[in-house]
Design a protein around this ligand. Structure first.
Ligand code: CAA
Length: 265
């Protein structure tokens, strides 16, 4: 595994199947500068090229206070529009790459997830929050807007009116409110959020891996299509599962009342 300046990488869970990436700049509350974005992208690219034993990715923040308190304001303060466009594009590329990974990606939010931090969490398949987590898009306080996909992913996650309210007021909400509006899937005790995400990926790792990848792909793609086209994606993906030996194995195992042994083929 490569070494990174701002990230800590560990393989956790039974058999080390869960790659846990910790964004580790606690003195700046894990703020995202270009280097951090590039390192995260490199981690995702490496997994995309060769998953090896990895069956899911967890992203979390180092230190006791923050997941990620946003894009690095000091690094952005003197950016030109061209530099800001390039920075924003790199954040968006990372988001697309997380969605394209054929394994689940969970944000384990252990404190502030503001601005670009909330956006990185939104770019994960789903979010688990520690009870001290705080979410928001406070960019308007700095006279800018979300730049790593926050406007559009928030809109799709919590609906237009709530997304508008969050992006225009810069309001910061707590974990319970984030749960209530559907921004996060689960709230757990402080200190247990990474373990909860790892446990979920361990559960998913027992399923047919091609089916897990297909479900993720169809859901992400379908979210941006009209219903008839999205349903067609499902039909094709459903059909393609029947060309796999895992489908034969999964159904035979059920009928023979034994545990399936999937190979990912
Ligand atoms: N960028 C750079 N440094 C940051 C930072 C950020 N986003 N957030 C916090 N820090 C730094 C602080 O400057 C401070 O550094 P020093 O100790 O050197 O002064 C350190 O982290 C600790 O922060 P605070 O002292 O402010 O901690 P606090 O507990 O009083 O407040 C906070 C915590 C409410 C999260 C506050 O730090 C804050 O409001 N941070 C900025 C949040 C923000 O505006 N995020 C959006 C950024 S814009 C963006 O993300 C654009 C995009 O969409 C791509």
């Amino acid at each position: 595994m490569s070494s990174y300046t701002h990230l800590t990488i560990a393989d956790q869970g039974k058999g080390g199947v869960v790659r846990v990436v910790t964004i580790d700049r606690p003195k700046a509350l894990n703020a995202l500068n270009r280097e951090v974005v590039r390192e995260l992208t490199a981690v995702v690219d490496a997994l995309g090229a060769d998953l090896g034993k990895t069956r899911g990715l967890v992203i979390t923040g180092g230190g006791p206070k923050a997941f990620v308190a946003g894009a690095d304001i000091a690094a952005m303060a003197n950016m030109s529009p061209e530099e800001a466009r390039a920075f924003s594009s790199e954040g968006h590329t990372l988001g697309f790459k997380l969605a394209a990974l054929p394994v689940p990606v969970i944000a384990a939010v252990n404190g502030f997830a503001l601005g670009g931090g909330c956006e990185i969490a939104l770019a994960c398949d789903f979010i688990y929050a520690a009870e001290n987590a705080k979410f928001g898009q406070p960019e308007v306080n700095l006279a800018v807007i979300p730049g790593f996909g926050g406007t559009q992913r928030l809109l799709r996650r919590v609906g237009l009116a709530r997304a508008l309210e969050l992006c225009m007021t810069g309001e910061i909400i707590d974990a319970e409110e984030a749960l209530r509006v559907g921004l996060v899937n689960k709230v757990v005790a402080r200190g247990e959020v990474v373990d909860a995400a790892v446990a979920t990926i361990e559960t998913i790792a027992k399923k047919g891996p091609l089916a897990v990848a297909a479900a993720k792909q169809v859901l992400h793609k379908g979210a941006d299509l009209v219903l008839a086209a999205a349903n067609q994606e499902e039909i094709e993906a459903f059909a393609s599962m029947f060309a796999t030996s895992d489908q034969r194995e999964g159904m035979a195992a059920f009928l023979e009342k034994r545990r399936a042994a999937f190979t990912g083929e």
